[in-house]
Design a protein around this ligand. Structure first.
Ligand code: GUN
Length: 639
């Protein structure tokens, strides 16, 4: 299992441990060919901080000297590496050279005997040009071999590659079959020819078909994806491990890896991405080096560039900027750009993994930014939870908003703001991603006015796209004047509905409402009703739920809405404020998203406390370890 430390959608920073050795993911495992060691594993660990490598048990087994050394001394001592060593099985050699004449159980046994941390079954490489029948056969045979291999693997972690060529239903089938075996590690195989031919859209379809059918907590490895160009999109799809032989393969041909491209060393006059191994001051010196020395230097450079890309990806997951980063990176090659669009076709499915907000503003990087699931999610939630009750509706442009503010108070109309990420009711202007969005002046407006028309149950719609507010005054006959409206109250109600469900706002605000604002910023901070503190407003415009607010929502909404149900073994701990662990969760509202506010209840649906979940139900039910819900407040014991 991967212990998830930070996440954004399917992307995660995690910790993976085997045999007391641990690495942080996403991680790149450099491929070590035990016959030709260019950068030694020790050097990798000491100078590059590499915690996991991959080598090939078929190559070791075939060579008498290596075989005897591995059996006698163990793999870790043979390679002089005390981090995680994964071994592959020879499947890739069968893809390159044809049949390798190897018994599939013998190779698993051999990996176990030499002390591999993660051994790989001898799967069937499903080529992209396989017929459907051939691919299906590869899936079934791979499954059969995995099933048999599992029986003899002992304590070794076993990797079961997912096959199925380019057929999505077969990839789904393969993922489900292999998942049912509950192996420790899942590579996605058969993609090297696709990557080599820049068929990134096909790889996206494959990865997504697999990810949607595998248990969430399992590590997923993309076999043979060694070019850093594809790392960001792959991580956004939930890939945890890469292996790279590219750093040596390219170096052997004097090819230089950059995060966005590959160049021939002798074509370079400037070095766009520099490392200590290759930069503008040593470029000419490198060109004139002896072949072997140059090869090693380029391998070092290529490895460093690949690792730096992983580091940038991790930084962007942590900072909440991964989507922007991927959109930026996918512009380096038209095939990657196509792949990004292919990925965004899954936005509907990705919404389940989408949180209400991020710590970083929504940056618009181009027309495809509005295809992110966070925007689809926003739109759907507005439709579900915002009700049009007034007779008129005024659509403002962003630049008119300030001018219109004084009218918003006075007119009993809906005011909507037209932006390039959607048309948003003013009550929701301060929530993520709207208020925090950094949008260009000249982006194309998103033509989703149909959203408003469809959900309006009144007959007049006035859309002033120009001339606000003069037009408002002119057209006053359409507008009902209101006594000064309490905009804060309208906002709190609309945000509560958006966040907790339609009707939450009205219920929470029954009674004597006091809204406390920050003296410095004027922003809403705390909401009291009948002197009870029910909600606090966060900087992202959403609420944290206090226990008194939780009690109201628990009464208002029927089981299982907003609930995380814990079993009897956990109940007493949670009542004392201890967090909820995965294996104690019995059920959960399937509409809850990562980082949502939740009601923690027992099996009798009695409220225990309020808190925040880190996962959705799809995820929690497959996680067996780790904390999943943080309890913030519990009922007082005598309540
Ligand atoms: N290396 C690259 N692709 C594959 C694959 O499909 N299976 C295995 N076992 N190794 C690989």
């Amino acid at each position: 299992m991967i212990e998830i430390i930070h996440r954004d959608g399917l992307a995660r920073i995690g910790r993976f441990e085997v045999n007391g050795r641990a690495v942080e993911t996403p991680a790149l495992m450099p491929v070590i060919n035990p016959n030709i060691i260019v950068i030694s594993p020790r050097e990798m660990k000491d100078n590059f901080g590499i915690g996991a490598i991959i080598t090939n048990s078929y190559i070791i087994n075939r060579d008498q000297r290596l075989r005897e050394s591995a059996i006698k001394n163990g793999l870790h001592s043979m390679l002089d590496f005390d981090g995680i060593i994964m071994t592959d099985s020879g499947t890739f050699q069968s893809h390159v050279y044809g049949d390798i004449n190897q018994n599939y159980l013998d190779i698993v046994n051999f990996q176990k005997n030499i002390g591999s941390d993660i051994g790989t079954i001898l799967d069937i490489f499903s080529e992209p040009d396989f017929t459907y029948e051939q691919a299906k056969e590869a899936v079934n045979e791979t499954y059969k071999r995995a099933l048999e291999s599992k029986k003899i693997k002992g304590d070794m972690y076993l990797a079961g590659p997912i096959q199925g060529s380019i057929y999505q239903d077969l990839r789904e089938l393969s993922a489900r079959l292999m998942d049912s075996l509950d192996l420790e590690y899942y590579p996605i195989g058969g993609v090297v020819p696709l990557l080599e031919n820049y068929r990134y859209s096909d790889v996206v379809k494959i990865v997504m078909s697999v990810k949607m059918n595998l248990s969430f907590g399992k590590p997923v490895h993309l076999f043979g994806a060694g070019h850093p160009m594809f790392f960001p999109l792959a991580v956004l799809m939930g890939i945890d491990f890469f292996d790279s032989s590219s750093y040596v393969k390219y170096a052997r041909d004097d090819r230089v890896l950059f995060p966005d491209s590959t160049r021939y060393l002798f074509d370079l006059k400037y070095v766009p991405y520099q490392t200590e191994f290759l930069n503008s001051s040593n470029l000419e010196e490198l060109k004139s080096m002896e072949r072997e020395e140059r090869f090693r230097r380029l391998a070092l450079h290529n490895l460093k560039i690949s690792l730096e890309e992983i580091e940038r990806i991790k930084a962007s997951i942590f900072e909440g900027t991964l989507w922007e980063y991927v959109e930026e990176r996918c512009r380096v090659h038209p095939s990657l750009y196509d792949a990004l669009y292919e990925f965004y076709k899954y936005s509907d499915k990705l919404e389940k993994f989408e949180s209400l907000s991020r710590k970083h503003p929504f940056y618009y990087t181009g027309a495809e930014s509005i295809l992110r699931p966070s925007i689809g999610y926003l739109e759907k939630r507005i439709i579900d939870t915002y009700r049009y009750k007034r007779k008129t509706c005024i659509v403002l442009r962003r630049e008119d908003l300030e001018k219109a503010m004084k009218y918003i108070e006075k007119f009993d109309s809906h005011f909507l703001l037209k932006t390039c990420i959607g048309t948003i009711p003013f009550e929701l202007l301060y929530i993520y991603p709207i208020f925090q969005a950094i949008l260009p002046e000249n982006c194309h407006y998103r033509e989703n006015l149909s959203l408003i028309l469809d959900s309006i149950d009144y007959d007049v719609l006035i859309s002033w796209l120009k001339g606000v507010p003069e037009k408002i005054v002119e057209e006053e006959k359409y507008i009902t004047r209101a006594d000064k409206r309490d905009l804060d109250l309208l906002r709190v109600r609309a945000v509560a509905d958006y966040q907790f469900g339609l009707g939450a706002g009205e219920e929470l605000l029954k009674g004597d409402v006091k809204i406390v604002k920050s003296k410095n910023t004027g922003m809403i901070r705390n909401i009291y009703v009948n002197d009870k503190h029910i909600l606090s407003m966060r900087n992202d415009g959403f609420f944290t739920l206090k226990i008194d607010g939780g009690k109201i929502l628990h009464k208002k909404f029927k089981y299982p809405k907003l609930r995380v149900v814990v079993n009897k073994d956990s109940e007493e701990f949670n009542k004392k404020g201890k967090n909820v662990f995965a294996r104690f969760v019995k059920e959960m509202d399937e509409y809850l998203r990562p980082f949502d506010e939740v009601l923690v209840v027992n099996e009798e649906d009695e409220l225990i406390g309020v808190g925040r979940t880190f996962f959705n139900w799809l995820e929690i039910k497959t996680l067996r370890k780790g904390m999943v819900v943080e309890i913030r407040e519990t009922l007082k014991l005598n309540e």
